[in-house]
Design a protein around this ligand. Structure first.
Ligand SMILES: *[C@@H]1O[C@H](CO)[C@@H](O)[C@H](O)[C@H]1NC(C)=O
Ligand SMILES: *[C@@H]1O[C@H](CO)[C@@H](O)[C@H](O)[C@H]1NC(C)=O
Ligand SMILES: *[C@@H]1O[C@H](CO)[C@@H](O)[C@H](O)[C@H]1NC(C)=O
Ligand SMILES: *[C@@H]1O[C@H](CO)[C@@H](O)[C@H](O)[C@H]1NC(C)=O
Ligand SMILES: *[C@@H]1O[C@H](CO)[C@@H](O)[C@H](O)[C@H]1NC(C)=O
Ligand SMILES: *[C@@H]1O[C@H](CO)[C@@H](O)[C@H](O)[C@H]1NC(C)=O
Ligand SMILES: *[C@@H]1O[C@H](CO)[C@@H](O)[C@H](O)[C@H]1NC(C)=O
Length: 916
């Protein structure tokens, strides 16, 4: 069963972690999906699980990736989802998919999902700006919003790890382009995070798959097939082991290499939802007639979407149900599911492998639970069983956290698993400039697809004037969704014209060239890092005659900016074959080799000298991929910090208000009890009660929107009256306990004193006896006896001193759990059971039963689900035509209400098995 598998994996992982520096290092990984975000933490604090999922304030293992601005508040995650139906245009979703995308893409994307946000094109970058009700802050870019979500996510990690934390790995879908990856890094930067790396989702899953396995007895190909909310991909990964020497011993090291990945960035579980929405919308319009189109009402559409989504989730909890949802469509509607196996077909076809060569096809991503999809995949693969060893929801984020641990300084992975991921896109560089001949040297494929991450590479161009470099995707057929151009980065290279002029009078031994140094980062970002001019000169120079023994230098000393060894660049190339474009390789300087004369004085020598002059590289990318200027960044950062401050203030106010409320309730409760009559007079109680009532009234009238200070002041005032009474109340039981403790101690002490008396008497007796005994006979007593007796006594003394102080009676804390602020009528309050669920609930997927428990929107327990489905025969309801339109107008609504009320009632009674 998957649950035990993954549990075992977690347990094993605990053993794989070693902390070399006893620091409190913690790192996190964030799986930032288009619908959900998940956070995992690697934490080496004693007493905490080393790798675990950070739960949110509702004790959920995944959080909706939503952010909204409403009534002067910013709400992120669960708090936002409550607003969704009523204020659809205030709740922003899918933001990670909108990073660095052209305005038109964002506009079309939103309208396809019936999202009615107000957006406007931004002048400089041609991206969309989202208008939000956030007071003076008003407009946000996708980077800013994603930054806020990331900050929230890392906050979950910090709360979970109980330590501050900055180092993260963030997952990205494989089709994320360079501009999009850079946009995500900007967002993380705004959130103040240190991104150790972005990691492709499939690599995260592969890591999680491989970490507890040994491939020394056999390598294997595994396909990871992920259908999430809005995209699908298939990745072919090769797991193997190689032998390596370690401390003189030959060991076997496991590793995996991503061989290929293919995707469809537009097909996912969401399509199914959208189909349902369209279906219901049509039905609704039909019922209403008069040419009314529900699609024109954002609110109605939002409601419909929410209900379809929830219904789908609840229904998916029942094995039968998805089939009934599916049967709403004829087969034509399932074309997208058929299409969704395209990526799988492609990846297998491209690899030249046979489906039989695959060791496993692992399903991840929520949508892979759809039975119809599984059937399609089975059919294609000709297998009876698909592999579901991984937790469909959490494999990626858990694997990514291992990657984070591996990259961090403070944590060492005891278990090694090499990871070789490759660039999901191929990259080309192109040169442009005066006098540059357009040939195969000025436009080259420099990063083929699946080239290892990270890598460095460089190219030389024979040229002596300033020029431009642009980086683009290899082919129009394979670009990130929405990209309007192949080009994603442009640079101006300057300084070459000047440098060439400066050296033009010298005796050049080869034409001037420019070396371009590129890097493909661990995060999959391809960029031009630096450029330099290379000038080779052969000249007669006057040199002092040197003794052979002294001559260590290999090159003439030029200007400070010259470096003397071409060989320096060689290691950068990382196993890549050097392919300098003009054929002139990197020959090390050989000028010094002739200086082996012994006489002193000076001589003329023909010297070959190489000058390297750094060229100025200025990025001038335009469009959505354009980097944010320093000023805009600082501005955005200020904006986010101000919002954080406001949020913190809001939370503090809510907390203080809750504290005050809680104090009033619990105190009023206690004042009525008999015990309190013993410690307070009738009049004291009465006047206290009056004060409490007075503040309570204030709370619900003028105090409704009071400030933190006002709440605090009132609480302090009440406590000033209450504390002496509570003190007396506590003393009522504490005092007798203390006296009893003292008596017990004294009794035992007296016992010991009696023992001491006994010893004293024994000693006097024995000494007297010894005096009478001759020194030649057996002694009356021995030193050992004395020490033994003293030791006995010491033990008794010690045991008296060890009598424990009675434990104080455990009082229920006055502090009430902070309610989630946001919506009163949606009643999000509830005790957060923050007990760690990592081990007990580490896996909530894969087999059907686990599905049932985790898929229901709010982790509905089965009993409740059964009750509902029994009451309102859902399957029939959905299939029958009449009911379908009813569904829109009310049945589903009522159903949802019922589900929610059951859920929340149950919560209040704290009787929910899954939560309590
Ligand atoms: C938001 O942008 C619009 C133009 O797109 C502008 O008119 C408005 O003043 C901006 N609001 C804020 C608060 O910056
Ligand atoms: C690998 O195979 C050898 C012999 O076939 C066996 O002794 C060893 O236990 C196997 N190792 C693993 C990890 O399965
Ligand atoms: C961990 O780090 C080592 C050394 O840098 C590297 O070889 C390996 O591929 C890394 N593995 C993972 C899973 O990040
Ligand atoms: C220029 O270099 C060539 C060798 O490349 C050399 O033969 C010649 O003497 C040099 N001329 C001067 C003026 O240094
Ligand atoms: C060079 O070497 C000779 C002997 O081999 C020695 O006498 C002389 O001092 C050396 N000169 C220098 C400058 O080191
Ligand atoms: C020359 O090299 C030798 C060893 O190779 C070293 O001991 C000596 O310090 C070097 N001298 C200079 C001037 O660099
Ligand atoms: C060396 O480079 C720096 C800037 O990188 C420049 O200011 C300086 O003038 C250069 N020196 C020479 C001798 O070219």
């Amino acid at each position: 069963m998957a649950t035990t598998n993954s549990l075992r994996a977690l347990l094993l992982l605990s053993l794989f972690l070693l902390n070399t520096f006893q620091s409190e290092s913690a790192v996190a990984s964030i799986d930032l999906g288009s619908e959900w975000l998940k956070v995992a933490v690697v934490n080496l604090k004693p007493g905490q699980p080393p790798i675990s999922i950070a739960i949110n304030e509702m004790s959920k293992r995944k959080t909706p990736s939503l952010i909204s601005f409403h009534a002067d508040s910013r709400l992120i995650g669960e708090e936002s989802s409550n607003l969704l139906a009523r204020y659809p245009n205030k709740v922003f979703s899918h933001l990670p998919s909108l990073l660095a995308k052209p305005y038109s893409f964002t506009r079309d994307f939103l309208s396809k999902l019936y999202l009615s946000h107000e957006i406007a094109p931004e002048d400089k970058r041609e991206v969309a700006v989202f208008k939000a009700e956030a007071g003076e802050f008003g407009n946000f870019t996708a980077e800013e919003m994603v930054g806020m979500i990331l900050k929230y996510a890392v906050g979950l990690a910090e709360t979970h790890a109980k330590t501050s934390l900055k180092d993260v790995v963030i997952t990205v879908p494989p089709f994320t382009g360079v501009a999009e990856r850079r946009g995500l890094l900007t967002a993380a930067d705004l959130a103040g995070l240190n991104v150790l790396a972005l990691v492709n989702e499939h690599s995260g899953a592969a890591l999680q798959y491989g970490i507890d396995k040994d491939f020394s007895n056999g390598s294997r190909h595994v396909v990871f097939y992920d259908m999430g909310a809005s995209s699908t991909y298939a990745a072919l990964v090769y797991f193997s082991a190689y032998r390596a020497k370690e401390f003189g011993k030959t060991v076997s090291v496991n590793q995996f290499q991503v061989k290929d990945v293919k995707w469809d960035a537009e097909i996912g579980g969401q399509n199914m939802e959208l189909k349902l929405v369209e279906y219901f919308a049509d039905e609704f319009n039909k019922q209403l007639g008069n040419g009314v189109d529900i699609r024109n009402s954002p609110k109605a559409m939002a409601k419909l979407k929410k209900q379809v989504k929830r219904t789908k989730e609840i229904l998916s909890a029942n094995m039968m149900a998805p089939i009934s949802v599916e049967s709403l469509y004829d087969d034509r509607d399932f074309r997208y599911l058929g299409k969704s196996s395209c990526s799988l077909k492609e990846v297998i076809k491209h690899s030249g492998l046979n489906t039989d060569d695959l060791y496993a096809v692992e399903l991840i991503g929520g949508a892979t639970r759809v039975p119809k999809l599984q059937a399609k995949l089975q059919e294609f693969l000709g297998r009876k069983e698909l592999d579901k060893h991984l937790d469909a929801d959490e494999a990626t984020v858990l694997g990514a956290s291992l990657h984070a641990a591996n990259l961090s300084d403070g944590i060492k992975l005891n278990r090694k698993l090499g990871m070789i991921d490759g660039s999901t896109y191929g990259f080309v560089f192109e040169l442009d400039g005066v006098g540059l001949l357009k040939d195969e040297n000025t436009r080259q494929l420099i990063v083929p697809r699946m080239k290892k991450l990270p890598s460095k590479m460089f190219r030389s161009v024979v040229h002596n004037k300033d020029f431009e470099v642009s980086l683009s995707y290899e082919s129009q057929d394979l670009i990130p969704p929405g990209a309007s151009s192949l080009v994603f980065a442009q640079y101006d290279i300057s300084g070459l014209t000047d440098t060439s002029e400066k050296y033009s009078s010298r005796n050049l031994s080869s034409p001037i060239k420019a070396n371009l140094h590129f890097s493909l980062s661990r995060s999959g970002i391809f960029s031009l890092d630096r450029a330099e001019a290379v000038i080779e000169i052969t000249e007669w120079v006057e040199v002092p005659r040197k003794n052979l023994t002294v001559d260590n230098s290999t090159s003439a000393s030029g200007s400070a900016n010259n470096t003397d060894a071409d060989a320096r660049d060689a290691p950068e190339e990382n196993n890549d074959k050097l392919e300098t474009s003009n054929g002139s390789g990197n020959l090390p300087d050989s000028s010094a080799n002739e200086s082996n004369t012994v006489e002193l004085g000076t001589e003329k020598k023909l010297k070959k000298r190489t000058f390297r002059v750094a060229l100025k590289v200025i990025e001038k990318t335009t469009g959505p991929g354009m980097p944010i200027s320093k000023e805009s960044f600082a501005e955005a950062k200020r904006k986010l910090e101000a919002l954080d401050k406001k949020d913190a203030e809001r939370r503090r106010t809510a907390e203080l208000k809750n504290n005050l409320e809680g104090y009033i309730y619990s105190t009023k409760d206690k004042l009525g009890s008999e015990e309190f009559e013993k410690v307070s007079s009738e009049q004291q109680r009465q006047s206290f009660m009056e004060k409490l009532n007075e503040v309570e009234d204030w709370l619900y009238t003028d105090g409704e929107d009071a400030s933190a200070t006002e709440f605090q002041e009132r609480l302090d005032m009440l406590k000033a009256i209450g504390d002496p009474i509570f003190f007396r109340y506590e003393e009522l039981t504490a005092r007798p306990a203390a006296s009893e403790h003292a008596r017990k101690y004294l009794t035992e002490l007296q016992q010991v004193i009696r023992e001491a008396e006994k010893l004293k008497n024994w000693l006097s007796d024995k000494e007297a006896e010894q005096k009478k005994t001759s020194g030649f006979s057996k002694p009356a007593f021995t030193s050992t006896e004395v020490y033994g007796k003293v030791l006995d006594l010491q033990d008794k003394v010690a045991s008296v001193n060890r009598i424990p102080k009675p434990k104080p009676k455990v009082e229920k804390s006055d502090k009430v759990e902070t309610e989630s602020v946001g919506n009163k009528d949606d009643s999000t309050s509830g005790e957060t059971s923050s007990k760690d669920q990592t081990t007990s609930n580490s896996d909530n997927v894969a087999d059907e039963k686990a599905n049932a428990e985790s898929q229901g929107h709010d982790e509905l327990p089965l009993e409740i689900f059964n009750e509902i489905s029994g009451n309102t025969n859902l399957n029939r309801l959905l299939i029958s035509g009449d009911c379908v339109s009813n569904a829109v107008s009310g049945v589903l609504d009522a159903l949802m209400q019922r589900v929610l009320s059951l859920f929340y009632d149950a919560r209040k009674k704290k009787c929910m098995k899954l939560i309590c």
